[in-house]
Every structure is written in structure tokens, then in C-alpha cells.
Ligand binder design. Structure first.
Ligand code: GLG
Length: 797
């Protein structure tokens, strides 16, 4: 049965049935949580039918499959996704209303599955949804972290981290698969037997599989996200227990579980932690075994593996897949080493997400030899084989006693991709310049994208309705159809409706702010939004400096006709990243002073919303007017938030960095507030010895803002609190905050002037929506399918 031929009455019956027979609760006593689980199970029933249909089609056709290996899948809430993609909104809405429940309240009751840090993890989640929408048979493989990204709150303006325990509630979307559990070993030694290397790992854990179905648009196809959970090989030590050593008896279990206990709260600096390497090997090894098991069950000859498996490495985190696959083919299945390397390379491809040198993982050879002794040997052999392929032109995989995971991923992949045009060019010129010279056809570009189902259709129902009324529904899985809106942009009726949708979104947001955070904002003000991880290269401090400078100007001249503005920040700082945490503290301190200023606060407010996550982004982006994408050029590989804002009609104020470049090319220079140095100019500027001082001298606004901060205007109880921040900015200023300040200030004034003229503003906003259709992750996935994977879509029955 088609999911959407279901009636609201069927849906209601199904909800009640699950409430009674799964949850054992009668309607009179059910909590919101119980209703949400009952609804999830009712929706899941429909989803499972479609999932089986897709799986049957795949088993029958035995096509090449895509395997997406990622340490992070930032999937957020799943219930609404499933309802929307199965087209069950009406039935679910009516059924819940019949039961006296509010649809939104039930949806919002679901905790966010925060199994990722930021862009990299969210990209993986968008890709899973697009793969399912397109009908490309695929598996996502990752780790089922017990604790996702930490929960953030503020105490006296400082970030506090608390564990996020999303699994403490029943998770309705997963199925444990006991039949496919794998044993994963670490440590031990390598011996020789009959001319073959035999690795006997000393320590072993079980990788238990948990499957979540991922459903595509209209339920046409569904794939599986398989997450591994670490469990002990032997439950607990009964002998020790009987001796009264209770803690010791439980030790093996605790040890094993640490592997899938927490998500590392950092995606831009390498973590020199043994546990991190264990996590990486754990999920990569389990996934590769699973892939080979499936391949062998279909009876293929090993040399044909690349015809059946496209294995994508999301960043270097699963880069150990190269040596591990060689080991599985060579040591365990007897394939000749050269052939094993070539076969593995035929399957593997690697996506690079950052040029920041500190984020390209390196592991000490000592640690690698101790944890994965056979892999260390194989890395040496791969290194030699690679050198033999390219006589006289050596790029080593090891340096200064460390193994370079970026180089290993590159060497073992048949394709390597960057995530925006600029980033891919810079990859060729910088981090992988030598390898690119050796393999000029290996690097390709696949500019990131976002799924329109979640980031427009679900997140922004008002705008979606207007779009569908204007051009029909085809845009939902063919986002470039948005260009048909172009004809309506000059129609005042359309622009009015467009403006109305934005206004109502802003009103909703203002109401939510008042109710949830106790803050009042004027929905007519310019909502200026910067939401993303806190990092120096993303330059939240540039934004807050401009805010302070603006505050000073308004104070000096309150009657000058200022455009009311609300600066909204949200984002987490890695717990160990001290400077980023000081930036958070500074923004909160500035907010406290500015929001209490009777003269300026009607024109300028500052908010830092705690605990930024996918759900908050879904709420905030449709209500935004201006999208802050102000990284130092050359540092942000792509960005994907920038795409979500553009689609939802918030023009960018930004630098020529990452995908901003392509966004501006498409939406038009008039509809993008460009400022700042280019990546090349950044390099040149950095070479000027006192660039920061020069910039400060040239712009009294900047000097004044820095002075106010350093004199304690925002930290009266501790005047020197921001001495470090100010010293950084006036000294080395590596990210060139000062040098870009004046250009940023000017761009902000241009944005304000445009905003003051609603006709001009809404036209610009609508141009962003109409021209951002290319940034669908469906387009990105099609690119991977043709350029990298060589796979084609299948249809379910
Ligand atoms: C990275 C980059 C972002 C990029 C994302 C997805 O920093 O610029 O958009 O991956 O490719 N670590 C990240 O979030």
C-alpha cells in the first residue's frame, strides 16, 4: 500500500494501537513523550514497508552500492523527516488533532540526535537523505555514540558543557541486528605463517550493528544508516564477581563501551588520543567486514570488488580503511599485495573538508604500531609500492615519526574531492600540491549541498507553500526549478506574499524567543544571524567588534535614523578551545551591556542563544534577514549554512570564501554583500609585519571598539578579562580581523541601506531563493555518482 493512501482514521487507530500494545499506556495517562513514541511507531510501520521494498529491489539487482563511512551523522530529529517524506503530514496532523494533541508540540518532543559536530556531520545526514530520494542503493556507516555533542549552557556568560544523553529515551528509529555483529581486535602482534602475516590482536570488542532506515522523498526509496556500538566480548567476569570484586567484574564491559561512549567534540583539530584512533579503526573495520560479507554472499570474484562497492571516506577519520582493506584482501584472502592495493584503491575515494593543517590527522608511529601493528607494516609497504609506481618522485606517508592520514587517504583513493570550487583549487595548490602533481586526474570538486526537504519544505512551510502555489511542487526533488520563480520577482503581488511569509516567520521566532528565553525583540528589526561553531577563522569576533563600534556610534548620535537590528549568535566552542570560549564570553558580556542600554537598545540588541543544534537552525534560518559568512578567505572549505540561508531568502554578508563564491555567482553580486580580502590578498597581507596596527590606526571605529573592550567596558568586575583577546587582535591577528574590519563595516552599512527599502530588500531576498536551487544535495550526490562512484539509481517496486 502506498503510505499516503492511508487515512487519518487509520493513522489514529495505529497510534492508539501502539500506545496500548507497545507502550502499555492508555490514552488517559499518556504523556507527550508517550504520544510521540506511539506516533513514531505508527509512522515507522509505513517506513519499514518502503524500506523492505527497496531492499528487495537491491537484492534482486545486485547493483554497485555506495558505502558512506563517516565518524559523524548529525541527523537531528527523524520523525518530521519521515512524516514529510512519506507525505503523511495531513493524516498525522488530523489524527493528532482528533486525539487532542498539537502536532508541533509532539514533533518538538523528540530529542536531537547530535551525532556530529557541525558541517561535516550535517553534510553526511543531508547526503543520506538525498541518496534515498535519488534511489541510489547506499549504506551509511558510523558510530552509535551514547553521548552526542555536549549540551551547552551559559553561567555568567561562560560556556558550560553537559553530557547529551539522547539515548536515555527510547529511540524508535533503530533496529539492532545481532546477526551481523563483528569482532574487532586491537594491539597484539604479527607473526608469519606459511609465508603470510598473521595478526593476533590482544584486545577484542564486539561491534554491534544498529540500523536506522532513511527514507527518501515520497517514500520512493529507503537506505540504511548502520551505526556500530562497542560491546564487550564476554559480558562480565563471574569469577571475580563471586569473589566480591564487583567493580573489577564489570571492567571489561566498561572498557569496551568507552569506544562508542562519546563523540569527540572537535572537528577542526586533530586529537592525539588513543581512544580516538580506536574509534576510527573500530567503525571502519566493522564496516569493511560488513561490506565484504555482503559482497561474498553474492558470490563475486574478489577482483570485481570495485564493480560492486564504492566506499567514500568522509574526511580522514576512516582513512585507516586503506590499510585495513589491503589487509583483509592480502593477509586474510591471499590476494597479491599489489593487486590488493589496486583493488582497494578501485573501491575507495576520499573527501577532504579542510585545509587547516592542524586538522589533517597524524598519528604517532609508536601509537599506530602498538594499536595496529599490522597496519603499520602495511603502511610501509603501501608507501614503498607508491614510490615504485612513481620512480624518483617521492611523497612519503610518514614524517617525523608520524603517520599522515591525509596522504594515506589520498594514496589509497582513486578520487579525492574538495567541497567547493575554491577549496578544491586550494587543495591542489597547498596541502596536496605534491600528490596532485603525481596524480593530476585524482582531485575533483563536488560542491556541497543541502537537502531541500528538511531545509526548505519542513523548516519553512510558509515559503514552501508560496513556492508551490507559484511554480508547482516539482522543486522539492528538482530544486533548480526554483529558477521559475524568476518571472514572479517583478510581480508586486508575489513579492508582497514573499515578504509576508518572512514577516510571519520572524514573528513566530520572536514569540518563541519571548516564551523560551524570556527575551523580547522587535520582529520588524533586521535579524542579523551568525550560527555555526565558534572558531577564530569563522570570526565571530569580527562581528562582535563591529557590534561594539556600531553601539558607540548610535550612542554618540542616537537620532541619526538607525535601522533597528538584532544580532543573533549561536554556536558551541570545543571544550578545550580556550580562545573560542573567550569569544563566547565576550559576546555574552557585550550583550548584557548593550541590551540594558536605554539609548541604544531600541536600535541594537545582541543575543547569544544557547545549545545550538539542528532544530534551532531549522527554527532560526527561515526567520533570518542577513546571513553572516565572514570567515578569513581561504579557511572555510565550503560552508553549508550559507546555502540554507540563501534558499530561505536571507542574503549573505560575506567574504570570497568556500561556497560563498559560487553562491554569489549564482544569486548575483547585487544580492550579496561582499567584503574583504581574497584568499590571495590574505596571504600577502599576512606578510606585512604590523598589519593589525596599521588597520587600527586607519579606522578610529575599530580602535575605539578595541579600547572599550580592553578598558573593561563590558567586564566592569574584571577589567582585564579580555586582555588576551585584545592582545591577539592588536598583535599577530592571524585571521586578519582588523584588516577586514573597515570593509565589513561598510558592507554592513550597505546591507542596512538596502533593508531600509523593503521593495529593494525583498527583491534581493527573493533572488536568493530563486537562484539558489543549484545548492541541493541531490545535485551534489548526482555529481558523486557520475564523477566518483559510477553508480546509477534503482527503482523499488
Ligand atoms: C567542514 C568545513 C565546512 C564544510 C563542511 C562540509 O569546515 O566548511 O562545509 O566540512 O564539507 N569540518 C567541517 O564542518
Amino acid at each position: 500500500m502506498e503510505a499516503y493512501s492511508l487515512t487519518a482514521a487509520d493513522m489514529r487507530d495505529s497510534i492508539l494501537r501502539h500506545l496500548a500494545y507497545e507502550l502499555g499506556t492508555d490514552p488517559g495517562h499518556a504523556t507527550l513523550h508517550d504520544w510521540r513514541i506511539a506516533l513514531s511507531l505508527a509512522v515507522r510501520d509505513r517506513l519499514v514497508d518502503r524500506w523492505f521494498a527497496a531492499n528487495r529491489a537491491t537484492r534482486a539487482a545486485q547493483p554497485k552500492r555506495v558505502y558512506y563511512l563517516s565518524m559523524e551523522f548529525l541527523i537531528g530529529r527523524l520523525l518530521e523527516d519521515a512524516i514529510v517524506n512519506l507525505r503523511l503530514e495531513e493524516q498525522a496532523g488530523t489524527a493528532l488533532a482528533d486525539l487532542g494533541l498539537d502536532f508541533d508540540a509532539v514533533i518538538q518532543n523528540e530529542p536531537d540526535a547530535a551525532l556530529g559536530n557541525g558541517g561535516l556531520g550535517r553534510l553526511a545526514a543531508c547526503f543520506m537523505e538525498s541518496l534515498a530520494t535519488i534511489g541510489c542503493p547506499a549504506f551509511g556507516y558510523g558510530i552509535r555514540y551514547e553521548n552526542g555533542l555536549f549540551r551547552q549552557s551559559f553561567q555568567d556568560g561562560r560556556q558550560i558543557e553537559e553530557p547529551e544523553d539522547w539515548l536515555s529515551q527510547f529511540h524508535a528509529w533503530e533496529f539492532e541486528r545481532r546477526d551481523v555483529a563483528q569482532e574487532i581486535r586491537f594491539g597484539g602482534e604479527v607473526t608469519q605463517k606459511d609465508g603470510r602475516a598473521v595478526w593476533t590482536g590482544a584486545e577484542a570488542v564486539i561491534a554491534a550493528a544498529f540500523d536506522t532506515p532513511i527514507i527518501g522523498w515520497k517514500g520512493r526509496w529507503a537506505n540504511t544508516l548502520r551505526l556500530w556500538s562497542a560491546q564487550p566480548l564476554h559480558g562480565f567476569d563471574l569469577a571475580r564477581f563471586n569473589r566480591g570484586e564487583y567493580a573489577a567484574a564489570a571492567e571489561p564491559e566498561a572498557l569496551a563501551r568507552t569506544i562508542s561512549r562519546v563523540l569527540y567534540p572537535d572537528d577542526t583539530t586533530g586529537q592525539g588520543k588513543e581512544l580516538r584512533l580506536k574509534q576510527e579503526y573500530f567503525f571502519t573495520a566493522a564496516s569493511l567486514r560488513d561490506i565484504l560479507r555482503r559482497f561474498e554472499a553474492e558470490g563475486g570474484a574478489l577482483a570485481d570488488l570495485p564493480k560492486k562497492a564504492a566506499i567514500q571516506l568522509n574526511d580522514t577519520h576512516p582513512a585507516i580503511a586503506g590499510p585495513e582493506l589491503v589487509r583483509l584482501l592480502h593477509d586474510e584472502r591471499g590476494m597479491a599485495l599489489d593487486e590488493a592495493i589496486a583493488t582497494a584503491r578501485g573501491c575507495l575515494s576520499y573527501t577532504n573538508h579542510t585545509l587547516m593543517p592542524e586538522a589533517l590527522e597524524r598519528w604517532s608511529e609508536d601509537l599506530m604500531s602498538q594499536l595496529l601493528p599490522r597496519h603499520m607494516q602495511l603502511i610501509e609497504r603501501i608507501d614503498e609500492a607508491h614510490a615504485a609506481e612513481m620512480p624518483g618522485r617521492r611523497v612519503t606517508l610518514r614524517e617525523n615519526g608520524e603517520v599522515k592520514m591525509g596522504e594515506i587517504a589520498f594514496t589509497m583513493a582513486h578520487k579525492v574531492n574538495g567541497v567547493s570550487a575554491l577549496h578544491t583549487d586550494l587543495m591542489k595548490e597547498t596541502v596536496f600540491a605534491d600528490l596532485h602533481r603525481l596524480h593530476p586526474d585524482r582531485i575533483v570538486n563536488e560542491t556541497n549541498g543541502v537537502t531541500p526537504r528538511r531545509w526548505l519544505l519542513s523548516a519553512n512551510p510558509r515559503l514552501s507553500r508560496l513556492i508551490t502555489e507559484t511554480i508547482g511542487e516539482g522543486w522539492v526533488d528538482d530544486l533548480e526549478q526554483l529558477d521559475r520563480l524568476e518571472a514572479s520577482i517583478s510581480d508586486p503581488g508575489f513579492l508582497d506574499a514573499y515578504a509576508k511569509a518572512k514577516r510571519e516567520n520572524k514573528q513566530d521566532f520572536a514569540e518563541w524567543l519571548a516564551a523560551e528565553q524570556g527575551v523580547r525583540v522587535d520582529p520588524e528589526a533586521l535579524f542579523d544571524v551568525q550560527i555555526k561553531r565558534i572558531h577564530e577563522y569563522k570570526r565571530q569576533h569580527l562581528n562582535i567588534l563591529e557590534t561594539v563600534a556600531l553601539w558607540r556610534e548610535i550612542k554618540a548620535n542616537p537620532g541619526a535614523g538607525w535601522v533597528p537590528r538584532v544580532k543573533i549568535f549561536a554556536g558551541k566552542a570545543a571544550p578545550g578551545y580556550v580562545f573560542a570560549k573567550e569569544i563566547i564570553h565576550l559576546i555574552n558580556d557585550v550583550a548584557e551591556v548593550l541590551n540594558a542600554d536605554p539609548v541604544t537598545s531600541p536600535y541594537l540588541k545582541v543575543l547569544f542563544l544557547p545549545n545550538y543544534n539542528v532544530s534551532l537552525a531549522e527554527r532560526l534560518i527561515p526567520a533570518a534577514d542577513l546571513s553572516e559568512q565572514i570567515s578569513t578567505a581561504g579557511k572555510e572549505a565550503s560552508g553549508t549554512g550559507n546555502m540554507k540561508f540563501a534558499l530561505n531568502g536571507a542574503p549573505t554578508i560575506g567574504t570570497l570564501d568556500g561556497a560563498n563564491v559560487e553562491i554569489r555567482d549564482r544569486v548575483g553580486a547585487r544580492n550579496f554583500f561582499l567584503f574583504g580580502m581574497t584568499a590571495q590578498e590574505v596571504e600577502a597581507r599576512r606578510a606585512v609585519p604590523d598589519h593589525a596596527r596599521q588597520a587600527i590606526q586607519a579606522d578610529p571605529r575599530l580602535g575605539g571598539a578595541l579600547k572599550a573592550i580592553s578598558q573593561g567596558a563590558f567586564s566592569p568586575s574584571d577589567k582585564h578579562r579580555y586582555r588576551g583577546v585584545v592582545a591577539n587582535l592588536t598583535g599577530q591577528d592571524y585571521f586578519l580581523v582588523c584588516s577586514d574590519f573597515t570593509a565589513y563595516w561598510d558592507a554592513q552599512r550597505r546591507a542596512e541601506a538596502a533593508f531600509a527599502d523593503p521593495a529593494v530588500w525583498h527583491r534581493g531576498a527573493a533572488c536568493n531563493t530563486a537562484r539558489a536551487g543549484w545548492f541541493s544535495s541531490d545535485r551534489t550526490i548526482r555529481g558523486y555518482m557520475t564523477d566518483i562512484w559510477g553508480t546509477v539509481p534503482l527503482a523499488a517496486e
